[in-house]
Each structure stands twice: as structure tokens, then as C-alpha cells.
Design a protein around this ligand. Structure first.
Ligand code: FAD
Length: 454
């Protein structure tokens, strides 16, 4: 019998359109392994909401593998040492994986390649990050020309089906038990509401994609309305690789340009972290290093109020509470809430990046850092800092009344006009906080601080 090969899984937890699985299965017996790697140094440990998702996604993947007579092996430790030990135990010499672009995964791939025959495949992006370059061969820094160039390479390859059979080894190596990894929160179980909104795993990702494909025509109009379920909500499925972007493209076709452009942002973000691996920690524009962010106990109290959804700005508070309760926040509200932290509260965008990283089920190194830096104005392609979003203008503009009623129950009894600013309308309930700072005062403070970066 031929030696087994190892399939090393990370953020590619699917069987269909999985080039590494296809290649491994083609060669002979396959040992699929997921390694909980708390040892390879990374910018920050995996966030709590991500760990909840991971637990359920791994359980779903194991079930899907078992339906094909295979199984998922779980191991814990540094990726290179753990894979080397597994290879030694099983007689495997080759490892197949999908290429990842987070700096710690690139380091891990280099370390594995020193010890084993590592074959990296593409498949988590529309085009391999780094492959879309200017005529002169340079990587793009700005989204719009990047997207224009990427479209020249579209559509992506037609996705392949899951292998019908996955050859199994003569002996299975031992596996950790998923429950022992403690990925789920217990005391307190802050994720108890997550299952109302989410079902991790490949099968459900496809159900969601199928349902969204029927509605994609309305996306351009409804995606900005937080009260409506107008976007795909595929982000955690995409982050964990339960679905490939090629599968999405071929399901919706090349007509819904606005939607496909968002999938393009995801590719763009990987393109940025490939050029600037420390993007979650370092300003894209060095001038921002001089920004006098607020620090100290008052700023800390404001940060806590923002995290808990108690800023006195209903649209911001609704978003922050949706995030805490469900592990997700509507994109328009992410922009408003992030801008509020950075510009109204003058708190370093990295504090927001850190909170989102812990709370989002779709927390993604590239997408999170690129969007925070875009909002802050500190990024290589970003919004202008002095363009300060007014939450009280955004809130009625995007018809957030029902959204606020849902997430800020103290305000549920307030009518459509007053709900966006109950304080100014004289109907602020006692249990809802006054604004941390007024818009005009905040704007002046932010612009004065910004002037110091010049
Ligand atoms: P849809 O609108 O249906 O879009 C489809 C897919 O395109 C998404 O699932 C996502 O994979 C991708 N996408 C959409 N918008 C963006 C964007 N602006 N940048 C990159 N990819 C995008 N998205 C994450 O996946 N992970 C993050 O950690 C993350 N952090 C963010 C932080 C801030 C401050 C902001 C403003 C945005 C952030 N986003 C992040 C982008 C965006 O808010 C989410 O991808 C989107 O809300 C997910 O919902 P959806 O799947 O319904 O999106």
C-alpha cells in the first residue's frame, strides 16, 4: 500500500473545491489533520468568537469526512513540529495544504517546508494573492485599480466537486478530542445566542449561498440598510474556508458587480497584508505615528462604554450590542461604530481592531486590519481622516430605526424620528446614557489632533 499523505487544514475547512484534498486523495491514503497551533507566534491569539465558530466547523468537517469513511485528526502544538511528528508516526512524507497569507502562517509554511515535502495549493481567493500586479510587475496599493486588474482574470476556475472517495490509511493515528480543547465559552457562556444566527460548516454555507443567490439582485439597494437582511452573511463561512470565492462567483454569475466588488475587497486585503505583514499593528502612513490618541482613565472608560454599547449614540450602541450578542455586525454600522471610536472618541484604531478581533465570528487578519486602517485614514488606501462621519446623519439616512429598536431595547418605545437622537428630542430614558461627547466638539477635537500629524 502507498504511504499516506497528510492534508493540513487551517482556514479551508471544506471538502468541495479544495485543491489540497483533491491532490492528496489522488495520491493515495489521506490523513486530514487540524492543528490547534497556540505556539507559532502571531499578532494575537485567536479571538473568543472565532474559537466558538472553529469548534462547530471542525465538528461539521469531521462528520462530513466520516460520511465518506474518513475522519479528522486533531492535534495541538506548533505546526511544524506537530506535522513532523505525525509524519514520523504514520510514514507520511508529503503534506498538502492551501496557501495562507497571515504572516504567522507564512512563517509556519516555511518551517514545515524545511522538514517535510510541503505542497501548497491556491483556492481561498479569486486569484492567488500577489499574482495581480501592475504592468510593471508591482503589487497594487489602491483597491480600485486592483479590482479592475483582477476582473481581467475572472471568472475564477470552475469549482470542483468534493472527491467521491477519500482513500483511508491502514491505521488511523490518535486524535485529541474536540471537547478537550475548550474552544467553547463556559462561565459565562456569552455565545449562547450565536446558534440562533449561525450554523457553522460547509453544508450550511451552501444553504446560505443558495438562499442569497436568489436575492442577490436586491443587494445593491438593501446591503446598506441594517434593519434588512440585505447582505449575504457569508463572511464567517468564507473566513473559515467552508466555501470558496470561486463557488460564490459561479453561483451568482458575473452580473452582480456591487456584490462581486465586495468579494474583491477580500482579495485586496490579502494583497495588502502580503506587502505589509504587520498591517494590524503598524499605520500604513507613517505620519499617523504622531497622532495624539487619547489615553488614560477617561479614555479607558470611553472605550469600555463603546465596547458595551453605552455611548449615547443609538446607532453605535445598536451595532456594538449586535456584535456582542451575535458575533457579527452589519457593514454600514461597522463603519459608523469604528469611525466613532477613532474620531469622536479619539481612541487608537488598534483598540477597535483588537475588540473586533475578539468578538467577530468573521474576524480576519487581512479584512479587519484593512478596514480599520481604511476607516482611520491611516491606511495605504483609505478614507480621509478629516471626512468625519456624523452618526446622527447616518442613522436616519440608512433607516436604522427598527435596527435600534431591536438591539437597544431601552429605546424600543421611541418613534421613528426621535429614536436616532433621543437626548436631543428630550425623550432619553433614564436607563440610557447621555452622549459621551457632542458631535461638534468631537469633530473639533479630532481635527486638532489630526493637525499634529502633518
Ligand atoms: P457581504 O456584503 O454579503 O459581502 C460578501 C463578502 O465580501 C463578505 O462575506 C466578505 O467576505 C467580503 N467583504 C465584504 N465587505 C468587505 C470589506 N469591506 N472588506 C473585505 N471584505 C469584505 N470582514 C471580515 O470578513 N472580517 C473582518 O474581520 C472584518 N472587519 C471589519 C472591520 C471594520 C471596521 C469594517 C468597517 C469592516 C470589516 N469587515 C470585515 C468587512 C465587512 O463589514 C464584512 O465582511 C461584512 O459585513 C460581512 O457581511 P456579509 O458576509 O453579509 O457581507
Amino acid at each position: 500500500m502507498t504511504d499516506p499523505t497528510i492534508l493540513w487544514l487551517r482556514r479551508d475547512l471544506r471538502l468541495a473545491d479544495q485543491a489540497a484534498l483533491a491532490a492528496a486523495a489522488h495520491e493515495g491514503p489521506v490523513i486530514p489533520v487540524y492543528i490547534l497551533d497556540d505556539e507559532t507566534p502571531r499578532h494575537r491569539a485567536m479571538g473568543g468568537a472565532s474559537r466558538w465558530w472553529l469548534h462547530h466547523s471542525l465538528a461539521a468537517l469531521d462528520e462530513a469526512l466520516r460520511a465518506k469513511g474518513s475522519r479528522l485528526i486533531l492535534r495541538r502544538g506548533g505546526a511544524a513540529a506537530t506535522l513532523a511528528a505525525l509524519a514520523e508516526e504514520t510514514g507520511a512524507t508529503r503534506v498538502h495544504c492551501l496557501r495562507h497569507y497571515e504572516p504567522w502562517w507564512r512563517n509556519a509554511e516555511r518551517a514545515v517546508a524545511k522538514r517535510l515535502d510541503l505542497v501548497c495549493h491556491d483556492g481561498n481567493y479569486l486569484a492567488p494573492p500577489g499574482s495581480i500586479t501592475t504592468g510593471g510587475g508591482a503589487p497594487y496599493k489602491i483597491y480600485t485599480p486592483f479590482w479592475r486588474a483582477l476582473q481581467q482574470h475572472m471568472p475564477p476556475p470552475v469549482p470542483r466537486a468534493a472527491p467521491r472517495d477519500i482513500p483511508v490509511p491502514a491505521h488511523w493515528p490518535s486524535s485529541d478530542s474536540l471537547g478537550d480543547w475548550g474552544l467553547l465559552p463556559t462561565r459565562p457562556d456569552w455565545a449562547k445566542g450565536f446558534a440562533d444566527d449561525w450554523t457553522p460548516g460547509e453544508a450550511h454555507a451552501h444553504r446560505r449561498l443558495a438562499a442569497f443567490s436568489d436575492d442577490v439582485g436586491a443587494y445593491a439597494e438593501t446591503r446598506n440598510l441594517p434593519s434588512v437582511e440585505g447582505s449575504s452573511r457569508l463572511s464567517p463561512h468564507l473566513h473559515f474556508g467552508e466555501l470558496s470565492p470561486a463557488q460564490i462567483w459561479h453561483a451568482v454569475g458575473d452580473q452582480p458587480q456591487v456584490f462581486l466588488g465586495e468579494i474583491g475587497w477580500r482579495d485586496y486585503a490579502q494583497n495588502v497584508i502580503l506587502q505589509l505583514p504587520e498591517y494590524a499593528a503598524k499605520n500604513g502612513r507613517a505620519a499617523f505615528d504622531a497622532m495624539p490618541w487619547r489615553e488614560g482613565s477617561e479614555a479607558h472608560a470611553d472605550l469600555r462604554a463603546w465596547q458595551r454599547g453605552r455611548t449615547g449614540y443609538p446607532i453605535v450602541d445598536a451595532g456594538m450590542r449586535q456584535l456582542w450578542t451575535t458575533g457579527w455586525m452589519h457593514n454600514r454600522v461597522r463603519m459608523v461604530a469604528a469611525s466613532f471610536l477613532i474620531k469622536h472618541l479619539l481612541i487608537d484604531w488598534r483598540e477597535g481592531e483588537r475588540w473586533f478581533w475578539d468578538c467577530l465570528v468573521d474576524a480576519d487578519y487581512g479584512n479587519n486590519s484593512v478596514n480599520w486602517q481604511w476607516t482611520a485614514g491611516s491606511g495605504i488606501d483609505s478614507n480621509m481622516f478629516p471626512r468625519i462621519m456624523a452618526p446622527l446623519v447616518q442613522s436616519p439616512k440608512f433607516d436604522a430605526g427598527d435596527y435600534i429598536r431591536r438591539w437597544v431595547p431601552e429605546l424600543a418605545g421611541i418613534g421613528d424620528t426621535a429614536i436616532h437622537d433621543p437626548e436631543a428630542s428630550g425623550c432619553r430614558p433614564k436607563d440610557y446614557p447621555a452622549k459621551l461627547i457632542g458631535h461638534r466638539e468631537a469633530r473639533e477635537r479630532a481635527l486638532a489632533a489630526y493637525a499634529q500629524t502633518k
